[in-house]
Design a protein around this ligand. Structure first.
Ligand SMILES: NC(=O)c1ccc[n+]([C@@H]2O[C@H](COP(=O)([O-])OP(=O)(O)OC[C@H]3O[C@@H](n4cnc5c(N)ncnc54)[C@H](OP(=O)(O)O)[C@@H]3O)[C@@H](O)[C@H]2O)c1
Length: 307
């Protein structure tokens, strides 16, 4: 059983709903809400206590776009974590292309770099016991029906991943949705590399699927935001099998951390052409997912930015 769980980005959207569902399970003893903003975290903690009737939620302040912030948070952590859910991230805010102090784009930092530091620090301090789950996305293999292309790797060399992470691959035309695809793809490959390196811990990537009712589209330009958040997601996409409720999105994470049938190193998401329904192994849709060279090169490239 996973009694102690840490969720990054737990104050909103899928992360908060995952915390609610896990808090309802009576064997859950502690849920670390790893958030970057104390005020938002306190509001979420109070709401979660009211919704579940349990006081198992502990705030840990961590900005996953900054390596130092993650390291400081883990140095203070008192109880080892049975399950880690790396949920924080998304389209990278209003300036996804901006370089952080670690030298990567903001979108890379918030979806990937901080989580890599988090896993490294937990393992180094023997504080990760059972399972690490990375919130990936179907966009890592492309979602044609939504016009979301997959980021195309050419050689998948360490240098190629490095140029994706520092943004130089895009030249002067940064494309946030393509960058998002590339970063989620890289995060998914990194998890599979870790699965081979640490066979005693389970590493899986899981997409929550097309999930309504989150803050994920808030930073999009006005018209796109209206289109996706208020028209596409709630009205059009459910009809096409492209979106489901917040509860269903979070349930994928809750069930996956306790599902012994899921294999370490595998990426689980929706079947081809949909963003809802059962979780399936994604490697038949893109064989790069199971390529150990791609996996290790992504892992090596992100570590070029970590001291
Ligand atoms: N919704 C979907 O359809 C969908 C589909 C596939 C994958 N996903 C993935 O699922 C995850 C959750 O998405 P969501 O839709 O629930 O998004 P959301 O509602 O925007 O929530 C994102 C959470 O991550 C936090 N966060 C962002 N950057 C952070 C940072 N640097 N440090 C700490 N926390 C940070 C946010 O905190 P603040 O409140 O402080 O900003 C918020 O709590 C993301 O990784 C997303 O890429 C979502």
């Amino acid at each position: 059983m996973n009694k102690v769980i840490m969720i990054t980005g737990a104050n909103a959207g899928i992360g908060k709903e995952t915390a609610r569902q896990l808090g309802k399970i009576n064997t859950t003893e502690k849920i670390y809400l790893a958030c970057r903003n104390l005020e938002k975290a306190k509001v979420a903690q109070k709401e979660l206590e009211e919704l579940t009737g349990r006081k198992v939620f502990e705030i840990i302040i961590m900005d996953v776009s900054q390596a130092d912030s993650v390291k400081k948070a883990i140095a203070k952590l008192d109880t080892p974590v049975d399950a880690l859910i790396m949920n924080a991230g998304g389209l990278g805010g209003k300036t996804p292309e901006k370089a952080t102090q670690d030298g990567v784009t903001t979108i890379t930092a918030s979806n990937l770099l901080g989580h890599v530091v988090l896993v490294d620090e937990l393992i180094k301090n023997d504080k990760l016991k059972n399972i690490a789950l990375y919130a990936s996305s179907e966009v890592a293999r492309g979602v044609k029906k939504m016009g979301m292309e997959q980021y195309q790797l050419k050689k998948a060399s360490v240098d190629e991943f490095t140029s994706l992470f520092d943004g130089s691959a895009f030249g002067s035309k940064f494309d946030p949705v393509l960058a998002y695809s590339g970063v989620k793809l890289s995060g998914t490959l990194w998890m599979s590399s870790m699965a081979r390196k640490y066979p005693n811990i389970k590493f899986i990537s899981v997409s929550p699927g097309g999930t309504r009712g989150t803050d994920g589209f808030n930073d999009m330009p006005f018209l796109q935001r209206i289109m996706y958040k208020y028209v596409g997601m709630p009205i059009i996409m459910p009809l096409l099998g492209l979106s489901h409720s917040l509860e269903s999105g979070a349930k994928r994470f809750v069930q996956s951390i306790n599902n012994e049938k899921l294999e370490s190193g595998v990426f689980y998401a929706s079947k081809k052409n949909v963003l809802t329904g059962p979780l399936v192994d994604q490697s038949p849709y893109y064989n790069g997912f199971s390529n150990p060279v791609y996996q290790d090169n992504a892992n090596e490239a992100i570590h070029r930015f970590i001291n």
